[in-house]
Design a protein around this ligand. Structure first.
Ligand code: ZN
Ligand code: ZN
Length: 352
């Protein structure tokens, strides 16, 4: 039995936390549900899911469609694409049966790489290995969710026609995108062995998914959202606080100048697997707390202040002013409201 191996290589870094990750999780479920009703897919398709943030985990080994269960997706800090590609190549070496003169191996595998950020590790070696040994024998479709992915890296992995951008990540668009992924797998499972059809992907809805056009300059990478990982004092569980940069006009006496402000846009509960999926290196980028506007409540326990700052440099949830114990460093201290004009505290940004 020749299998058609399908790998989903999914970015689960902080920037995917919240809506994007829920959609992806549901989307994986929808892909499987449709493939289960397709006799061609049932016969040939085997699926594996590999997630990467700072670290890489294979959430599901190569499994036939009939017994595949879509895994829940973790979140972590960092976007180690280089590490993820190396993991994928090792996995392909291990699990995909190559054809030899006296044995027919598996069909040409397809990889769907879905990412929304730029790599935080060194990808050069992995890209080189991919191009030398895998690019010709594995189809890779790279999908950027929104405009923050580094298209120049993705375009080194596969033909420009296989680098796609999901223009706007709404429920409706994502559902159509998932349909397109499903159709791509179905089409390939029907055409395996037919050389003339093998490489063709189904038509795209161009208002949703666009192909990379190398004649146009590449979009600038926007990696400027600030993420902080905070901890719930009651449950000890982490959550991510997301701020978006806005430039603000500040009037100071006669002068006025542009200053950068970060505005709260979301707060997402995550599991302790966050720490397992995060990069080993400590977070380094910092933001002055005076630049932050808007503070969340705790998504785990509902404490009204989700962003109290401890001397140890970390943030956590508190019920209000008074004695509180930091879940990071275990110090108990007296907390009071911050005053307008307090000297700013430097907060450590997560890697995104
Ligand atoms: Zn809490
Ligand atoms: Zn502390």
């Amino acid at each position: 039995m020749r299998r058609l191996p399908i790998y989903f290589l999914l970015d689960v870094s902080e920037s995917m936390a919240g809506e994007a990750l829920y959609r992806l999780e549901d989307g994986m479920g929808a892909v499987i549900k449709t493939l289960r009703t397709d006799p061609h897919a049932l016969e040939t398709v085997w699926i594996s899911v590999i997630a990467f943030a700072g670290q890489v985990r294979q959430l599901a080994p190569l499994t036939e469609v009939a017994s595949f269960v879509a895994p829940s997706l973790p979140v972590g800090g960092g976007t180690s694409l280089g590490k993820a590609l190396s993991f994928l190549m090792d996995e392909i070496d291990r699990s995909v049966v190559r054809s030899t003169p006296d044995r027919k191996g598996d069909w040409k595998p397809i990889v769907f790489l879905i990412t929304d950020g730029k790599p935080t590790d060194d990808v050069a070696k992995a890209v080189e290995r991919w191009r030398a040994r895998y690019a010709g024998s594995v189809s890779l479709v790279a999908i950027s969710i929104g405009h923050s992915a580094d298209l120049s890296v993705l375009s080194q992995l596969t033909d420009a026609g296989n680098v796609l951008t999901l223009e706007e990540n709404t429920d409706a668009n994502f559902a159509k995108f998932i349909q397109w992924v499903t159709q791509s797998v179905q089409a390939r499972s029907r055409s395996v062995g037919d050389i003339t059809k093998e490489e063709k992907l189904p038509e795209l809805d161009k208002s949703i998914l666009t192909r990379l056009n190398l004649d146009k300059p590449l979009d600038r990478v926007d990696d400027s959202n600030a993420f902080f990982v905070s901890k719930c004092q009651k449950t000890q569980l982490p959550y991510l606080v997301k701020f978006e940069p806005r430039s603000a006009r500040v009037n100071a006496g006669q002068a006025s100048f542009d200053s950068l402000a970060y505005v709260l846009v979301g707060c997402y509960p995550v599991k302790n697997t966050y720490f397992e999926m995060s990069a080993d290196q400590p977070n380094v980028a910092t933001v002055d707390s005076n630049q932050l506007h808007g503070f969340p409540s705790c998504p785990h326990c509902g404490n009204p202040v989700g962003f109290a700052m401890c001397d140890c440099g970390n943030t956590f949830c508190i019920s209000g002013p008074g004695q509180q114990t930091c879940p990071w460093c275990r110090q108990t201290a007296q907390f009071s409201r911050g005053q307008e004009g307090d000297p700013g505290v430097d907060l450590t940004r997560a890697r995104g």
